[in-house]
Each structure stands twice: as structure tokens, then as C-alpha cells.
Design a protein around this ligand. Structure first.
Ligand code: SF4
Ligand code: SF4
Length: 326
């Protein structure tokens, strides 16, 4: 296949993003993830295959989707549309026929050429704000060949490129991509390999090895490349001082002088509806926001863990007794 015709599956394109790197960015969320985190805020990004979801608030109960589905995967039970996910092939025909966009197909094929042209529409925003494109997921590096083409073409166009990764992928993927990436946003969730496996279904050996490799490449690069580490702070999981201390020691031992930012991202519980729409149970559905005092303690732990204290930042909503803060 001609390189520009390489196809990937994109879940969503989010414009005007300010959290996935410097300036105003366009973030491409690719479908499919190599981890299965119990707290995942984007459960629709985990399976590689497209999925259908029903948005009840948009439905006018016309029944067109039920008639359209050749697999008989849709059935109304009262005012609830039930999707038989064993029968559904993700063909998307119900979504195409739905007059109100109440059926949504999560995941769409793009060629590298199409995606690059779509990103270049936002060039003016990038130039004015110092922003660019962030490739995210799921795990973007599961579609290495596709994002390689996209990143290479955009870099040739002078666009600032960021890669948001969980690090669970072959090191060769980083070798291929890094020459075209200006900023790596690297998730480091849990330092204990046993706990990491418990929370994400995988141990963290490959993630830590890949992170060391990324650090070495950045240190030896002729061009300015940056590395941000992001740690999600999840109640009753990653929110221990031991975890933060351990991650800090890893950064100071293996990534000294390479990390520009280490961000502690407080858990939020805003994704419950996503789980409901996909007929999934969510382990953390009862979990509350982190208290501001715990986030302060963990931030202090991070700053005293051996890293440059200036790189540590905390983000996200927290609760203070009965009130909420952002
Ligand atoms: S995506 Fe295809 S198979 Fe699945 S419910 Fe819709 S029409 Fe049926
Ligand atoms: S086609 Fe759309 S609007 Fe009509 S019943 Fe199905 S989901 Fe609802």
C-alpha cells in the first residue's frame, strides 16, 4: 500500500485542546489500547475495533436503526434500546441511517493523507499559540505505521508534534517515531510491578525500559525534545506516598535533567455515562474526588523525592470536605 494511503482507526479529533502539550493543540485519539486500567476515563478507546453506542437524549424512537440492522442486534425494551454486543459487527449502518445522531459509531478509518490534511486546517491556531498536534489514544503506538506517516508529514510541514503514550509497546515503535516528535507525554502510573499488573493487567517492566530509552534519546538529541511524565492519582490505587516516592526515585536515577514536567493528575469521576452507554460496569463508580489535602501531601512527597522540585505540578479537581475545587 502507498504510504499515504496507510489507514488507521481514529476514535476522536479534539480541537482547541490546552492540556496535551504547549499552546493550542489538536489532539487525535487513536482507537485501541495496550493496557486495561481499572480507572480508564475513555473505555471506548480500549478495544481496537469500532463500537456502536446509543445516546438516549438524542433518540426520537423512530425505530429506523432496528429495521436497518441486518444482524438483529438492536431491540427496544420499553424506552431502552438494547444492543446485543455479541451480534453487533460494528458495521455502522444504524449510525448512518439514524436521523438524529443518537446512534454513534466510535472509531472511524482515516488514511494518513486525510488525517494530515485535516490537521493542517488548524495551522493558524498552532502558529499563533505555539501549539501543534498531539497523537494520543488509547495507545497511539499500537498503530505505529499509521502515526509514523502522519507525524513525518506534519513535521515536514513544520508542525509541533507531541506523542501521548502509556509506554506499553515494542521499543522499535519509539525508535521509528521519536525523530518526528518534539514532546513525549509519558504515563507512569505505578512503580510497583505487582500493583501495576493488578491495576492495568500488565506489569511495568517494558514501560520502565521504554521510558529509560526515551530519556536517552532525548538526552542525546541534536534537536530540542521534551519529556513530561504524567501520573494519574487514583483513590485506593496509585495515591500512596510510597508510589510517588518510588516514581520520583526512578526519575531522579534514570531521567535526571531530562524531564521538564512531572504532573500529578487527580482522578475525576466524569466518565460514568461512557461506561453505561457501552454496557460496562466501572470499578470506580462509587469513588469520590481526591481530597485537596491528599493531593497536597503527594505533591510535597514528589517534590522531596529527589527530582528537581520545580518540575512537579498538580492538576485536576479535588474536594475539600463537603465542597469541590478545581
Ligand atoms: S453497527 Fe451494524 S451490526 Fe451493530 S447494531 Fe448497528 S447496524 Fe447492527
Ligand atoms: S434511528 Fe436513531 S432516533 Fe431512531 S430509534 Fe434508532 S437511535 Fe433512536
Amino acid at each position: 500500500m502507498h504510504r499515504e494511503k496507510r489507514e488507521g482507526i481514529v476514535l476522536e479529533i479534539q480541537r482547541l485542546s490546552t492540556e496535551d502539550g504547549p499552546g493550542i493543540r489538536t489532539t487525535v485519539f487513536l482507537k485501541g489500547c495496550s493496557l486495561n486500567c481499572t480507572w480508564c476515563h475513555n473505555p471506548e478507546s480500549i478495544p481496537f475495533v469500532p463500537q456502536i453506542q446509543w445516546i438516549e437524549a438524542n433518540c426520537i424512537y423512530c425505530g429506523i436503526c432496528v429495521q436497518t440492522c441486518a444482524e438483529s442486534a438492536l431491540k427496544f425494551q420499553g424506552e431502552n434500546l438494547k444492543i446485543d454486543r455479541l451480534l453487533c459487527t460494528g458495521c455502522g449502518k444504524c449510525s448512518e441511517e439514524c436521523p438524529t445522531r443518537a446512534m454513534e459509531l466510535l472509531g472511524k478509518k482515516w488514511t494518513a493523507h486525510e488525517l494530515v490534511n485535516e490537521m493542517l486546517k488548524d495551522r493558524a491556531y498552532f502558529e499563533k499559540s505555539g501549539g501543534g498536534v498531539t497523537l494520543s489514544g488509547g495507545e497511539a503506538l499500537l498503530q505505529t505505521d499509521f502515526i509514523y506517516e502522519v507525524a513525518k508529514r506534519l513535521k515536514e510541514e513544520g508542525i509541533h508534534m507531541a506523542l501521548d503514550t502509556c509506554g506499553q509497546c515494542p521499543q522499535d515503535s519509539f525508535k521509528l517515531l521519536l525523530p518526528y516528535i518534539d514532546l513525549v507525554l509519558y504515563d507512569l502510573k505505578e512503580i510497583d510491578p505487582v500493583k501495576h499488573k493488578e491495576y492495568t493487567s500488565f506489569s511495568n517492566e517494558q514501560i520502565l525500559e521504554n521510558l529509560k530509552y526515551v530519556g536517552t534519546v532525548i538526552k542525546n538529541s541534536d534537536h530540542v525534545k521534551k519529556l513530561w511524565i504524567r501520573t494519574p492519582i487514583i483513590p485506593d490505587a496509585t495515591d500512596s506516598e510510597g508510589n510517588i516516592q518510588g516514581i520520583g526515585e526512578f526519575i531522579s536515577t534514570y531521567l535526571s535533567g531530562v524531564v521538564d514536567r512531572w504532573e500529578l493528575c487527580a482522578f475525576n469521576n466524569l466518565c460514568q455515562d461512557k461506561y453505561l452507554r457501552l454496557d460496562l460496569d466501572w470499578l470506580h463508580k462509587e469513588a469520590e474526588l481526591l481530597s485537596s489535602s491528599i493531593l497536597e501531601i503527594l505533591t510535597a512527597t514528589a517534590r522531596n523525592s529527589g527530582v528537581d522540585p520545580l518540575i512537579v505540578q498538580a492538576s485536576g479537581s479535588t474536594k475539600k470536605e463537603n465542597s469541590y475545587e478545581v
